[in-house]
Design a protein around this ligand. Structure first.
Ligand code: FRU
Length: 501
């Protein structure tokens, strides 16, 4: 980790600066890219515009971490070149040196990304897939001299390659966003790609262009004998839908060439029910003995990403989350839990048990600016439960569970600064069942975000919020009957940018 402690302290203390989420030192960030684990380091590359705080010509920024939380930002990894800007993509470890890019037996890092420019004779976007490789653990990169390696003149939106090694077929597999489908290609060497299949026409949600796919296996209910494949697909903003850009997932089977969705074609499964989790994909090459599938998204929404009220930088990532899969009456569901490394930044917890809730709010002052809140509440005969996070006397974010409609909602209409976009203030909601009359919530509150996980990760609602006040008070209320908090715990979190204590 870097030693320039002083610089970090002054850099990362601006208003709204996330204290336990990754954000760039300065300038614009969007999608996470090239997430790969190699020789003890988690790499996080990201869509980066180093000359402005709005989206512009894209580069790949770069950061590394040993624990997924404390990041060291490194120099820019990939620059626009004669083939265009550097759009989203992935990195793999070419362990067997299939590409021939490495001298040493055990290979190294290869990045597979979209070069974006326009056709020479028109303004039509041209998107082609290219390669770069690194001989020094991602510190410097060489672009492959025969780039691009994959193009298609007919498809305009042809981008965001996510590549992985498929052991059973002894091949590389690429999932690529192609308009409103995902096209699958295979390769023996990362250079020559062959069409395998196309997925998604008439399946799931099509409210915008499909972007940033991922495809990976997960055990069902933790059972190593039953594997299913999860496909993530982000969907671009479309003015007809109030949610803006968001991410869906499919669960099915994959034989190395074709993905078959196990749910009904009309079923739409959202990865996150909040407004601000987009373009997320998972880390490649996490060692088998670890075995986790770790995901992270861009904590923003194309609807207003260019307007959010930060000054010297714009854009942050969600917390890294471990994904697991369970079987349900309706098929399968994906669970998300912030990674266990969070223990490194947890300070002491204040725990209160057995709070009887009524319409008169139970309130608790919290002296932490950044915190995690865990809550188990039994909704005896209450029709509604509310948790208010008061940031100052006139700013609050409300979480509500409606027992009649079974909807969990997050209301940020009064969370703080929100006049920068008409689409920003609002309430988002999702259905979720109680478990034995219990609602289990886990919240992470940073300087400009609130991540809500419900029912042990069954639902995630990720939101940006821009409160002016950081003197938080919690208020808990039950309406239309009684409810009891079994346990409420509030844990201060330490900043990832300041010295560990
Ligand atoms: C998703 C996205 C990608 C593209 C990148 C450009 O947010 O639109 O499809 O590669 O951003 O920055």
């Amino acid at each position: 980790m870097t030693n320039d402690f002083q610089e970090k302290v002054s850099l990362y203390t601006e208003t709204y600066r996330p204290q336990f989420h990754f954000s760039p030192k300065e300038k614009w960030l969007n999608d996470p890219n090239g997430m790969v684990f190699f020789e003890g380091e988690y790499h996080l590359f990201f869509q980066y515009h180093p000359h402005g705080t709005t989206w512009g010509p894209m580069y790949w920024g770069h950061a590394v971490s040993h624990d997924l939380l404390h990041w060291e930002e490194l120099p820019i990894a990939l620059y626009p070149d004669e083939h265009g800007e550097i759009f989203s993509g992935s990195c793999v470890v070419d362990w067997k040196n299939t590409s021939g890019f490495f001298e040493k037996e055990n290979g190294g890092l290869v990045a597979i990304y979209t070069n974006a420019d326009t056709y020479l004779d028109s303004e039509r976007p041209r998107q082609r897939q290219s390669l770069a490789y690194s001989h020094d653990n991602g510190r410097t990169w060489k672009t492959y001299e025969e780039n691009p390696v994959l193009s298609d003149e007919d498809i305009t939106d042809f981008r965001d390659p996510k590549v992985f090694w498929h052991e059973e077929s002894d091949r590389w597999v690429m999932v690529l966003a192609t308009g409103q489908t995902i096209t699958i290609y295979t390769s023996l060497n990362l250079i020559d790609w062959e069409f395998a299949s196309e997925f998604g026409q008439d399946e799931g949600a099509h409210s915008g262009v499909w972007e940033c796919p991922d495809l990976f296996p997960l055990m069902v209910d933790g059972n190593s004998d039953q594997l299913k494949w999860v496909m993530l697909v982000s969907i671009g903003d479309n003015p007809d839908f109030k949610e803006g850009s968001r991410t869906q997932f499919f669960v099915g089977d994959f034989d190395g060439k074709t993905f078959i969705n196990n749910h009904d074609v009309d079923t739409i499964l959202w990865l996150d029910h909040g407004r601000d989790n987009y373009a997320g994909v998972s880390w490649s090459d996490i060692p088998e003995k670890d075995g986790r599938r770790i995901y992270l998204g861009w904590m923003n929404n194309w609807r207003y990403a260019n307007q959010v009220p930060t000054e010297t930088w714009r854009g942050a990532m969600t917390l890294p989350r471990e994904l697991t899969l369970i079987s349900t009456e309706d098929g399968f569901d994906l669970l998300q839990k912030p990674v266990s490394e969070m223990n490194r930044i947890r300070k002491e917890s204040k725990v209160i048990k057995e709070i009887v809730l009524t319409e008169e709010a139970y309130s608790m002052e919290v002296n932490h600016e950044f915190m995690e809140v865990n809550l188990i509440v039994t909704l005896e005969d209450a029709k509604e439960f509310r948790l208010g996070i008061h940031h100052s006397s006139d700013e609050k974010t409300s979480i509500r569970y409606d027992r009649i409609t079974h909807m969990l909602s997050v209301d940020r209409t009064h969370s703080g600064e929100n006049g920068f976009s008409d689409s920003f203030p609002g309430i988002s909601e999702c259905p979720i069942e109680l478990m034995d009359d219990k609602l289990i919530l886990q919240l992470f509150l940073d300087a400009s975000s609130l991540e809500v996980f419900a029912q042990a990760g069954r639902r995630a609602l990720t939101h940006l919020i821009f409160p002016q006040g950081m003197n938080h008070t919690l208020s808990l209320t039950a309406f239309g009957g009684g409810a009891e908090v079994e346990e409420l715990s509030v844990t201060e979190l330490s900043s990832i940018w300041r010295k560990r204590n």
